[in-house]
Design a protein around this ligand. Structure first.
Ligand code: PLP
Length: 383
């Protein structure tokens, strides 16, 4: 068996052993329910409070503005449905603006809101996947209540100009949400600098556990709860808290932000070598996404005249884990909505492969991937 080379960190990341260590007591002896008044309950409550403080600190927010959820998907759903429905009930309007390249956690939530009678504008992007502030400004209507644009794209890694976009929304008094799920480990999450009112995160994208997320909601932003029950999370998200998961999320977020500079430098070195090597050796390769404004670990290519799925199978046979785009749409035969929105022709978009490097990758692994990829594509184009 050849060594496994994991280049799919945008899909999920391995759990950091330090995070696991922080979580273990809450999966074993410290099993209390944070709502219980006895000692075990109080211990769990304290862990929850401390985790909230840590997350708030990283986001430059206050603990009351942090809502723990079951995933990035739930955070996105709560942000969009929660704000849209609350403002609609206040008679404020029914128009939402998002972009054509969002994750399906946002796009399908918008589809659902449309079925309920909301109107949705999906902004176009340029060839790099960038949303332009003037395009946003033109789409704003008197009845617009919410704008949701992702911080960094999960397929091509393009980083959106969030402070500029949020400023446009605020000029018209409109709330701004960003899906920062892919940005969690790599970019600053300071909500004041970003100027956002709501921000979604997911622990498993920055070496935390799967199944736990965060929604930051600025004080004063109206939000209709989507989960009803025991009134946890200040009544905004009922359900007994996933204490171990939340402790894991907070630990992973703290470590990710403390170690961000070194981590990004490590990823950049490997990612840039991968990009240069692919462009050098494979003439049919074209890099997607912005050349500079992109996540430091992302290399996304289309290989012309070959099918991305077949490349992935060939790589997998050699122990290399990459992805065709987002893990959630992997297996679907449709070309990626992100690439189509960027103007990539459908037949080219079918040759998409995303490599996302991470902490444990080495320069030797990158050289091995370059060798194997070159051979796989050569064999496919000859066949
Ligand atoms: N938003 C983006 C940009 C993502 O990349 C993902 C996951 O791939 C999600 C939302 C969903 O997060 P989760 O897997 O925690 O539901």
């Amino acid at each position: 068996m050849s060594e496994t080379i994991y280049l799919d960190h945008a899909a999920t990341t391995p759990l950091d052993p330090r995070v696991l260590e922080a979580m273990l007591p809450y999966l074993s002896e410290r099993f209390g329910n944070p709502s219980s008044i006895h000692r075990l309950g109080r211990e769990a409550r304290q862990a929850l409070d401390e985790a909230r403080e840590v997350v708030a600190g990283v986001l430059n927010a206050s603990p009351q503005e942090i809502i723990f959820t079951s995933s990035g998907t739930e955070a996105d759903n709560l942000a969009l449905k929660g704000v849209a429905q609350a403002l609609f009930l206040e008679g404020k309007g029914n128009h939402i603006i998002t972009s054509a390249i969002e994750h399906h956690a946002v796009l399908h939530t918008c589809d659902d809101l449309e079925r309920l009678g909301f109107q949705v504008t999906r902004l176009p992007v340029d060839g790099y996947g960038l949303v332009h502030p003037e395009v946003l400004a033109e789409a704003i209507r008197p009845e617009t209540i919410l704008v949701s644009i992702m911080y960094a794209n999960n397929e091509v890694g393009t980083i959106e100009p969030i402070p500029e976009l949020a400023e446009v929304a605020h000029q018209y008094g409109i709330y701004f949400h960003t899906d920062a799920v892919q940005a969690g480990g790599a970019l600053s999450l300071d909500v004041e600098t970003l100027g956002v009112d709501l921000l979604s995160l997911s622990a498993h994208k920055f070496y935390g556990p799967r199944g736990v997320g965060v929604l930051y909601v600025r004080r004063g932003v109206p939000l209709l709860p989507q989960m009803h029950g025991g009134g946890q999370e200040r009544g905004r998200r009922s359900g007994t808290e996933n204490v171990a998961g939340i402790v894991g999320l907070a630990t992973a977020l703290r470590l990710a932000q403390e170690e961000r500079e070194a981590y990004n430098a490590h990823c950049l070195r490997l990612r840039d070598r991968l990009i240069a090597g692919i462009l050098e050796r494979i003439p049919s390769a074209r890099l997607n996404g912005h050349p500079i404004r992109r996540l430091p670990n992302n290399a996304h290519f289309c290989f012309e005249h070959v099918d991305g799925e077949s490349i992935l199978v060939g790589l997998d046979q050699q122990g290399i884990c990459a992805s065709g785009g987002s893990a959630c749409t992997a297996g679907a035969l449709e070309p990626s909505h992100v690439l189509i929105a960027m103007g990539v022709p459908p037949e080219v978009a079918r040759g998409a492969v995303r490599f996302t490097v991470g902490r444990q990758n080495t320069p030797e692994q990158i050289e091995r991937v370059l060798d194997l990829l070159h051979r796989i594509i050569e064999r496919m184009t000859r066949a």
